[in-house]
Write a new protein. Sequence first.
Length: 144
Amino acid sequence: MWLWGAIGIILLAVEMVTGTFYILWFGIAAICVAVMMALIPDLSQALQFSMFAGLSLGSLAIWRLYYKKTSTNSRVGQAQGEEIGRVGIVTQACSPNQNGQIQFTQGLMGSREWTAVSNEAIEVGSHATVTAVEGNALRISKTI
């Protein structure tokens, strides 16, 4: 019982240092086995290890099933989607085969000029609307 309790506490301490939530389930399972050992001291080692494995992997699987990642992958200080719909002026021609440049009167995500990609040919001096952010470039379409 004491060994399982110590293993559980060590695993929970490691979890607190790493903050991954993966080790947490193994620590809780070890503490559950320690409690079962206190209630039923005659449990065989095979049953102890089976309980530990079942509780660990079962709780980990259930947690992974319901865990939702909440990262938005947005840039610091920017609301996600804020740049979509902004209109700028094309300063370097853009086509499906060639990247261009677009410039905004007011800075967009920390810069006034951006690399632009498009599915259509857009000439220099044309107004274009941002439709998506693709890595370090903006996907644009010609404004009508």
